[in-house]
Design a protein around this ligand. Structure first.
Ligand code: ATP
Ligand code: MG
Length: 572
């Protein structure tokens, strides 16, 4: 059963349709280009759904490209996780590529720029480069090395590559415009020296291409038609275009053999920017998420409270819900922060349709039915889904020894409390009406047991089965139940904007100390043999999932995915 919405139009989708209509492109190609230096988060899902979604909708292709031009920061662990997470979200890449596969191509392109007088080797160090670059209001000054001859540049670049110079001693820079209003065009670096082994190419290189240069060229090598990125790259677009104006890689004979070897069909791509997805009550930068992990503030990248795709998967969110959420969020150039409740609502909508119902008591209070034999043992047939008969039925054990939710009883109830009170009546779901005859307490005065009588005529099919009664509560028979660890999750942060500066405090100061609480719950016996990642609605409590990593038949562990209603919207 699917609860997915159709694709709404947005400005990028419109561009794609126009380009197909006008014949500019016969088919489209997009790519999702993560840097493998961390796990994917909910924000990345927007980029994934957009890139893969457009390719899917218009019969094009979408590559997964690891943007791994930065040595030493990236790890195989992240590469594997990213592949798994994209697949979990429901997408398939046309080709799996690594920017580092293009190091030879990037290098040949750099030689071409030097030969065309469009790039030069600069001896300024990082600090000097900064001083020469100028500011937003002042133009930059030309580097003293800007007018080196082509021969001199070729020689120095070859020696950079050969490892003759130290890290940071020289860079290769584009020769563009030191007085440009756009600082990205003030002779940006194209290559830097980094004598560090690369996870993919080992010691083959000690010079590495810079992001803007490598990104534009990678798109062109792969024949990407629409290169979608987030708004912070808007100011980089002139440099993206400069690279492709200067380097028509689809028409450079010196690249042909290498492009053929890599089976690449190059073409000119266009960069289009859209705004990031931000959510309240969360931090989403990889750096901050990494800090939460390394400082032990969460149990790992796959902690069920983390906004990583593994985290929300562990928590029990469905890929369908996440895709719906991203689709409804739309694609614009306006920066905004979305409410986390919108995502939770998509999860509820999806699970309401798909999740079978079960009975569970997470905060148990004993309830004994005194007018049934102590060994009463009965199987009730309950439907698995109130709105979907195809989900079938199951048998649930019933006896005189039950537990109910502690909050469903109150000794001194407030007005309007329709559940169980001393001397009062309530309907037990699918059983009948019980009356609380006696409240048993321990020495400290805590209520430990309710002794009730069951109106036998009120049982289903009985003469009094339609007797009106205000409250209905759920229960589990202790004899038929199993006990399980249940993890009750709440928001990781206590404020809506943990990322912002609050009087020098940081997001760490706003961690919610109650973001997880573990209880031992009574679950109906039919939950005994479920597979990890099976999701259910525990009636009246919320949606729960058998933990992907820790759940076992002999040691069941369930996570609360979300409650049935949005408690935050109510509190506001
Ligand atoms: P972070 O800022 O969290 O470290 P990043 O942008 O450095 O993320 P990348 O691996 O470079 O992470 O991102 C891969 C792609 O995902 C890029 O195209 C990037 O623009 C996009 N992306 C990252 N974060 C978001 C977001 N919050 N919303 C939409 N797209 C995003
Ligand atoms: Mg990035």
């Amino acid at each position: 059963m699917s609860s997915e919405n159709p694709a709404p139009n947005h400005f990028i989708r419109q561009i794609v349709m126009d380009d197909l209509d006008s014949g500019k492109h016969a088919s489209i190609a997009t790519r999702f280009p993560p840097e493998p230096n961390g796990y994917l988060h909910i924000g990345h899902a927007k980029s994934i759904c957009l890139n893969f979604g457009l390719a899917q909708e218009f019969g094009g292709r979408c590559n997964l490209r690891f943007d791994d031009t930065n040595p030493a920061k990236e790890e195989q662990e992240y590469v594997d996780a990213i592949k798994e997470d994209v697949t979990w979200l429901g997408f398939h890449w046309a080709e799996l590529r690594h920017a580092s596969d293009y190091f030879e191509l990037f290098h040949r392109c750099a030689l071409r720029l030097i030969q065309d007088g469009a790039a030069y080797v600069c001896d300024l160090n990082a600090e000097e480069v900064r001083a020469y670059r100028g500011t937003l209001t002042e133009p930059g000054r030309p580097s003293p090395y800007r007018d080196r001859t082509i021969a001199e540049n070729l020689d120095l670049f070859a020696r950079m590559r050969a490892g003759e110079f130290d890290d940071g001693a020289r860079t290769l820079r584009a020769k563009i415009d030191m007085s440009s209003g756009n600082i990205n065009l003030r002779d940006p670096a194209l290559y830097r020296i980094r004598k560090v082994a690369h996870q993919n190419t080992g010691d083959a290189w000690c010079i590495y291409p810079m992001y803007d240069y490598a990104h534009a060229l990678s798109d062109a090598f792969e024949g990407i038609t629409h290169s979608l990125c987030t708004l912070e790259f808007e100011d980089h677009r002139p440099l993206y275009d400069w690279c492709l104006d200067r380097l028509p890689v689809w028409a450079m004979p010196e690249l042909a053999d290498e492009l053929a070897r890599l089976e690449l069909k190059p073409g000119r791509s266009r960069q289009i920017e859209f705004s990031r997805l931000n959510l309240d009550f969360l931090v989403m930068s990889k750096r901050k998420l990494l800090a939460l992990v390394t400082d032990g503030l969460v149990s790992g990248w796959d902690d069920a409270r983390m906004p990583t795709l593994r985290g929300i998967r562990r928590r029990g969110y469905t890929p369908e819900a996440l895709r719906n959420f991203v689709r409804n969020a739309g694609v614009t150039k306006q920066q905004s922060v979305l409410e986390y409740s919108l995502l939770e609502n998509e999860v509820r909508n999806d699970l309401d349709v798909r999740a079978e119902r079960r009975l569970a008591v997470i905060d148990p209070l004993r309830l004994t039915i005194t007018n049934l034999p102590a060994d009463h043992d009965e199987l009730l047939t309950l439907s698995n889904h109130p709105k979907d008969e195809s989900c079938g039925t199951r048998q649930v054990g019933f006896s005189s020894q039950l537990v109910i939710e502690r909050e469903d009883f109150m000794e001194v109830p407030p007005k309007g409390f329709h559940r169980l009170v001393p001397g009062g009546e309530v309907r037990l779901r699918s059983v009948g009406i019980v009356k609380c005859e006696e409240v048993i307490k321990d020495d400290a005065g805590n209520v430990i047991e309710l002794r009730c009588t069951l109106d036998l005529t009120s049982r289903p099919g009985g003469t009094g089965s339609d007797r009106k009664i205000k409250g209905t509560i759920h229960w589990v028979s202790t004899r038929h139940a199993m006990q399980a660890e249940v993890r009750l999750y709440d928001r990781l942060f206590t404020v809506a904007d943990p990322d912002d500066d609050h009087d020098g405090k940081s997001y760490r100061d706003y961690l919610n100390p109650l973001s997880v609480r573990t209880v031992t719950a009574f679950l109906e016996g039919s939950l005994k043999a479920v597979e990890p990642e099976s999701r259910f609605q525990f009636e009246r409590l919320g949606y729960f999932v058998a933990d992907r990593l820790d759940h076992r038949a002999d040691r069941p562990v369930f996570n609360r995915i979300c409650t049935l209603r949005d408690s935050y919207a109510k509190a506001k």
